[in-house]
Design a protein around this ligand. Structure first.
Ligand code: NOJ
Length: 763
């Protein structure tokens, strides 16, 4: 690649001469219209082409070739998998100085949970139930990534997921459409600098990309990329709402999913991309495929490259990620009448509009400012990473108030994840440098007066199985199998434990055990670690498990064996500092689960908002000819919304302001929350509603509101929710969004198992 050096004083002149100029008073439509009038068919198809250079970290088997030549010929609309200011600048220079029409390129990346500073994985962020913090995480990521040359993020992933065997549950916000929608909106607003596209051109915002449209979170058997088959009624009521919320918030782009929907792969599904997304929801941005998902339709048995490319364009797909099916076949398909010029123009226009909104025609180097490089991995990002991590932790058990740890206690810090940096950033953090991450042991040492109290032993390998480890270590070592025998590791750990007052064991999944192409058929903690936990528990010392995981795990045995369990997920760059701070009580954990934890994998799919059957089993009591299992209860091990605190809270029964509601009115439901324990703390107060009688079967409970409330110890507060008719709407059998008159139950409580309800009538 050739670098052209331009003296600074000539820079402005060169820019003016190289980039299509926006004439004064020219509207966006006029500018794009006049630019498109100059474009050849090939140049238009070039805008629809998103490529990845050969040296990038890829999520498929194909990469693009002749990258430089294609850019010069105007055959590339955007690139991803390229990092760093210098590299991106060189490529942008190629586009705006050496291609005929000098159209700037989009530079995308998977900025999923932070950028170089990794924040907790998205499932963890969702467990904070803190929308302002989640919005800020997207805003901070945008600041850092735009300071490093990028202008487009392939985030948020808003796929509802109720099957924890699917590894990508780590990248989403869990099982619930109401919470998922609120988080989808917060992320889009955070990335784009506000709702809509008004602040996209500041140079500090990222174009967001909502993915994976649609239903990617429901593959059969939890196996990634697998078939999805779902009723329309379930799509509209449960799986579509977060995508729609992101679109309503003004997301600039949407990515299709790998799976089929009603038998047609999403990238070629006209009903999905045109009828639903554009016609029903009014989406105005552009749609990009997932990685080679256009030509993967050949494997789906839909046709050859030309056929699937034409199908995709006609369905409403605008940009082809990596396949180059659009670039290589659409000209011929146009000649043979399989696609129209109008369809190509529409797609090209949408991509140029996004570039315009990002301010790239005004200044193609807007995101390439050397003077912003200090914003990368800056102190404020790291401070935020720590705060976000602490706010995402979920306390699953705390017997005898063993937590917080006391200052003088001797601590045995044990476990394969206790002195590990490489797994801290979590899955899909390609831009993060794991060497910058803080291990838990370091976090303990960073606390004044604690270092001398901590003794460390690895205790066990993450897994003893080299074949399994090799699958996890594809992009770098996450599971390192010790040269010492498992027996030697355990003996060392037991000796350390014997000399301690409290054992803290850091265990769970390596980061790449969840994420893309990381489905599991067992959700147990690997056997090597189970043995360690069992042996530590037998010592009789207080045992605190710090659990690292990218998904719900089946931890019944471990929950029983431990005195306390703190779920810290994969917590990002500041993991170690955050874990130590929470264990010592600087911050009182307040996270709540956003996915149910099953008792065993046989219960999956598992989620709280189930519909009643004709033969409900009445709690967890077995009944013959009832809907239950012979060998396990129906209820989860840990329900949606569950999470403890170092303090305790009491709720009064909900009180309604009225016992009936009409279409244009509202009523309130309130409770008094009291902090009854010994620490200040926060509680996520949850509102659930049940529609008692309707024309279709309705969930036993649906989340319809939540508030995170801070109370000093001993303090009380009245928490008030407003309920109106709109909140009670659902998609009926005709897919009409409507409410139906009748009685409703209102529950307000600490998790989805809340029992006491009050009722009102919708009249
Ligand atoms: C494939 C993944 O499914 C998607 O989420 C990601 O954005 C692309 N690869 C690009 O890396």
């Amino acid at each position: 690649m050739r670098l052209i050096l331009i003296p600074k004083f000539l820079f402005f002149i060169v820019l003016v001469a190289t980039t299509p100029c926006i004439a004064q008073k020219q509207t966006k439509a006029q500018f794009i219209g006049s630019l498109m009038a100059k474009m050849t068919l090939q140049e238009k198809l070039g805008q629809l082409n998103l490529i990845i250079p050969g040296d990038a970290s890829v999520t498929g088997t194909v990469v693009s070739t002749d990258v430089e030549g294609k850019i010069k010929r105007g055959l590339v609309g955007g690139m991803f998998g390229i990092a760093g200011l210098e590299k991106i600048k060189k490529v942008q220079e190629l586009a705006v100085r050496e291609s005929r029409l000098r159209i700037p390129m989009l530079f995308g990346s998977d900025i999923i949970h932070g950028y170089k500073t990794a924040f907790p994985i998205p499932l963890a962020l969702s467990a904070s139930w803190d929308l302002a913090m989640i919005e800020k995480s997207a805003q901070m990521a945008a600041l850092e990534a735009t300071a490093d040359g990028l202008n487009w993020t392939f985030s948020p992933m808003v796929d509802i997921a109720r099957d924890p065997r699917w590894g990508r549950v780590a990248e989403g916000a869990g099982e619930d459409p109401f919470l998922g929608s609120a988080i989808a909106k917060a992320m889009v607003v955070g990335y784009q600098g506000g709702a809509g596209n008004a602040n996209l051109s500041t140079g500090k915002s990222l174009l967001s990309c909502v993915k994976h449209f649609a239903l990617y979170g429901a593959p059969e058997g939890g196996r990634d990329y697998n078939t999805v088959d779902m009723s329309r009624h379930k799509m509209y009521n449960d799986y579509f709402p977060p995508y729609k919320a992101a679109v309503d918030a003004g997301a600039g782009s949407v990515m299709t999913s790998f799976n089929d929907v009603d038998g047609v792969p999403a990238s070629g599904n006209k009903w999905l991309l045109t009828s639903v997304l554009r016609n029903q929801w009014g989406f105005k941005g552009f749609v990009v495929s997932d990685y080679t998902s256009v030509t993967e339709m050949i494997n789906h048995g839909i046709g050859d490259t030309a056929a699937v490319s034409a199908l995709s364009l006609n369905a409403g797909l605008d940009m082809d990620m990596v396949s180059e099916g659009f670039l290589n076949t659409l000209q011929k398909s146009l000649q043979s009448g399989k696609v129209s010029m109008a369809a190509i123009d529409a797609a090209c226009k949408r991509i140029l509009e996004a570039k315009y909104d990002l301010g790239l025609f005004e200044d193609p180097f807007k995101y390439l400012k050397q003077e912003r490089s200090s914003e990368v991995l800056s102190a404020d990002k790291r401070a935020f990473a720590k705060e976000a991590a602490m706010r995402s932790f979920v306390l699953l058990k705390n017997d005898n108030q063993v937590l917080p740890l006391k200052q003088g206690q001797k601590i045995a810090l044990i476990g394969p994840l206790a002195n590990d940096r490489s797994n801290m950033p979590g899955t899909w953090s390609i831009n993060a440098d794991a060497k910058q991450a803080v291990a838990v042991l370091e976090g303990f040492h960073n606390r004044p007066g604690i270092g001398s109290k901590v003794m460390y032993a690895k205790g066990a390998n993450l897994s003893d199985d080299p074949v399994f480890a090799a699958k996890i270590n594809v992009f770098g070592e996450k599971i390192s199998i010790d040269t010492r025998t498992p027996q030697a590791l355990l003996a060392e750990a037991l000796a350390v434990a014997a000399a301690s007052d409290v054992i803290v064991a850091v265990v769970g999944e390596a980061s790449e055990m969840s994420g893309e192409a990381a489905s599991r058929s067992s959700l147990d903690i690997p056997e090597s670690q189970q043995k360690l936990i069992e042996a530590l528990s037998k010592t009789g010392k207080p045992l605190v498990l710090v659990l690292m995981n990218g998904r719900p795990l089946t931890i019944a045995k471990e929950l029983n064996a431990a005195t306390a369990v703190l779920d810290v997920w994969h917590a990002g760059t500041e993991a170690g500092n955050a874990v130590a701070s929470v264990l010592y009580g600087d911050y009182n954990p307040a996270g709540k689960l956003t996915m149910s934890f099953p008792r065993n994998v046989g219960q999956i799919p598992i989620y709280y908002s189930v519909r009643n059957t004709g033969r409900p089993n009445g709690g967890d009591v077995f009944g013959k000819y009832k809907s239950n299992y012979l060998d396990v209860e129906n209820s989860p091990l840990l329900p949606f919304g569950y999470g403890l605190s170092y303090t305790s809270f009491s709720y009064t029964k909900p009180v309604l302001s009225a016992n009936s509601l009409t279409a244009n009115a509202s009523l309130t439901a309130s409770i008094t929350l009291t902090n009854t324990g010994n620490y200040d703390g926060e509680e996520v107060v949850q509102l659930y509603i049940k529609d008692d009688v309707a024309s279709i079967t309705r969930p036993l409970k649906e989340l319809k509101g939540f508030q995170k409330v801070f109370l000093k110890k001993g303090e009380s507060k009245t928490v008030i929710f407003t309920i109106d008719e709109k909140l009670l709407r659902f998609y009926n059998a005709d897919l009409k969004h409507t409410s139906e008159k009748g009685s409703f139950q209102v529950y307000i409580g600490t998790n989805a198992l809340v029992e006491n309800s009050v009722s009102f009538q919708l009249k």
